[in-house]
Structures are given as C-alpha cells and as structure tokens.
Ligand binder design. Structure first.
Ligand SMILES: [Zn+2]
Length: 83
C-alpha cells in the first residue's frame, strides 16, 4: 500500500497498476503525485501551484510620436528668376 508523500494518507491504488511517470492524485490532499519509480514505488509530489502568475504584461507605453513631418512645399520660391 502506498502512502501519499504529502499527507501520508493511504493511497487507494495498487502499485502494480501504475506506470512510471504516471500522474496520480491523492484523494485526501489533492496533491498531484508523479510515479517516479514503480519498484520500489516512489511518488513525487508535484507542485500544484495554480497561482502561476507568469502573465505579467509588459505594457510599456511608447511615447506618442506626434512629430508629423509636414513637408510643406516652399511654393513660390522661384520668383524673379526671369532673364
Ligand atoms: Zn495526500
């Protein structure tokens, strides 16, 4: 009989029914347990961090580039180029 490495509760599964690398969960503490090895049976508690706030949005406001290049034609600059 295997026991939960997290809360020491008796786990309700047969160690011969699980495969290596299988993820089971403890019915008592809801920990996710990975079967690290089947003989002997070794269970590994997985971090069940659901508060994984890796979603930090880097909202760097760019300075608005309002520098419109108004290329106004210098009209009538060719005045008086008469012979
Ligand atoms: Zn447990």
């Amino acid at each position: 009989m295997a026991t939960c490495p997290s809360c020491d509760a008796d786990l309700d599964f047969d160690e011969f029914e699980v495969d290596e690398d299988e993820i089971i969960s403890c019915g008592e503490c809801n920990a996710s347990l990975r079967v690290a090895s089947t003989s002997p049976l070794e269970l590994e508690v997985l971090d069940d961090d659901e508060d994984d706030d890796d979603d930090e949005e880097d909202e760097e406001e760019e300075e608005e580039d309002d520098d419109e290049d108004e290329d106004e034609e210098d009209a009538d600059d060719e005045e008086g180029l008469d012979e």
